[in-house]
Design a protein around this ligand. Structure first.
Ligand SMILES: Cc1cc2nc3c(=O)[nH]c(=O)nc-3n(C[C@H](O)[C@H](O)[C@H](O)COP(=O)(O)OP(=O)(O)OC[C@H]3O[C@@H](n4cnc5c(N)ncnc54)[C@H](O)[C@@H]3O)c2cc1C
Length: 385
């Protein structure tokens, strides 16, 4: 089936859905660090979180461009998809590398929302960005694996049934390449939480439902392994381009929200007897952020075009994420400055969105690591780590 390139009908429908979740809703969740359950339920009921799951498993079989349009519009409307975006794409690892049995057992539930697969455990306290140094181990014991270790920043774990977990199955000094010996597991947390799995929430500067996980001899069935043992790092990497593209779309949505707010306020607010937007000192940062956003949007479209034509657009997906995160941050900064003191007042939502937008310089991949990818893989400079 062909879809209009810009998915305008989907965009309009998402905007309508988001209008039921105004600033007052997000402010309350933010103040209480509460999970936006009603918002996530509305997206689930509309089927959007199953957008990328094939129809054969109950999803909408939509292309990546449609998922990007959904997430962009959520952010453009002042909402925050971080509470549930991973339900859209974490299943990609199971879809690409899982067995038929795993796909039929899990994907229909993920598509209709009765099963939540939106927790992704890779980062650890001591290894951070250096993923292959992770210390969580999974040791085979008959028809089970025994997992021990700790994960940090595992977002939405308290609001997920399943966890996609990366753990070491062969010690690092026993593999040829440090990327070997890591394996991916689809863990049903419902059977182990509160026993061999402890989940501790982490309070953060924005409302993000993130946690740390502790595995203490956690016993999981051997058929929780996704794909082949030892090849997990490759499986995780294979989903990175899609994730970067989708996060870039959210940043574009944020940038548009900030730019619309800032330019509207600059035209309305009168100081010294004329609109503040008449001053070029106020106009230019907003115009610059707009230019950055448009350039990032073009790179995002190129990344999506290549992805949908079956290519592996590492360069474009990374650039889109980098440029979009920079554009949203420039727009956030311009917006706060344009609003002056009101930029700091909770009731305008700008300070909340400002805090939320800051994350994308660091996660899911930090700006430095993208620059390092460009230096090494695009420009052919020596590897720095
Ligand atoms: C709110 C939030 C939610 C998250 N959700 C998840 C999740 O659901 N699942 C998950 O697995 N992870 C998650 N993360 C983790 C996130 O992916 C990491 O924080 C991020 O990848 C950076 O890793 P780190 O925090 O360990 O920083 P570190 O690796 O300790 O790095 C610290 C700083 O040093 C820089 N740095 C490190 N090495 C180099 C180098 N060689 N060259 C240049 N600069 C370098 C980094 O760019 C960074 O700025 C989340 C993080 C946050 C804050």
């Amino acid at each position: 089936m062909n879809y209009p390139l810009d998915h305008s009908e989907i965009r309009d429908a998402v905007t309508r859905l988001c209008s039921d979740f105004p600033g007052t809703y997000w402010r309350r969740c933010d103040r209480e660090q509460a999970y936006p359950t009603a918002f996530v339920e509305a997206l689930t009921e509309a089927g959007y979180l199953g957008a990328l799951i094939p129809e054969a498993y109950g999803g909408l079989s939509l292309p990546l461009s449609a998922a990007a349009a959904i997430l962009e519009e959520i952010h453009r409307a002042g909402c925050n998809a971080a509470a549930c975006h991973a339900q859209m794409y974490t299943m990609g690892t199971v879809l690409r590398h899982g067995s038929n049995e795993q796909k039929t057992r899990y994907l229909p539930g993920v598509a209709d929302g009765s099963l939540r697969l939106q927790a992704f455990g890779v980062t650890e306290p001591t290894s951070g960005t250096d993923t292959t140094s992770l210390r969580t181990t999974a040791r085979r014991d008959g028809d089970h694996y025994i997992v021990n270790g700790q994960k940090l920043w595992t977002s939405r774990a308290e609001h997920s049934d399943l966890l996609l977990l990366l753990a070491r199955t062969t010690a690092r000094d026993q593999v040829k390449k440090k990327t070997d010996g890591l394996s991916v597991f689809l863990v049903d947390m419902r059977t182990v939480v509160g026993k061999s799995l402890t989940i501790r929430p982490i309070r953060t500067m924005m409302n993000h439902a993130t946690t740390e996980l502790f595995f203490d001899d956690m016993n999981i069935p051997a058929d929780a392994l996704v794909g082949e043992e030892g090849k997990g790092f490759r499986y995780i990497l294979s989903g990175m381009n899609a994730e970067r593209i989708l996060i870039a779309a959210e940043c574009i949505g944020d940038a548009k929200w900030f730019i619309e707010k800032a330019s509207g306020y600059a035209a309305d607010r009168s100081i010294f007897g004329r609109p503040i937007g008449q001053n070029q000192g106020v106009q230019f940062p907003i115009s610059r952020a707009y230019s950055q956003m448009r350039a990032a949007e073009l790179m995002l479209k190129e990344a999506i075009r290549l992805y949908e034509s079956g290519e592996n657009p590492g360069e474009e997906a990374n650039l889109a994420k980098l440029l979009a995160a920079d554009a949203s941050w420039a727009a956030a900064e311009a917006c706060v400055q344009t609003f002056g003191g009101f930029g700091f007042a909770e009731e305008y939502d700008i300070e909340r969105k400002f805090r939320e937008a800051r994350l994308y310089q660091v996660a899911p991949i930090s700006t430095n690591l993208i620059l390092s990818y460009i230096a090494e893989h695009v420009l052919g400079m020596p590897r720095s780590y």
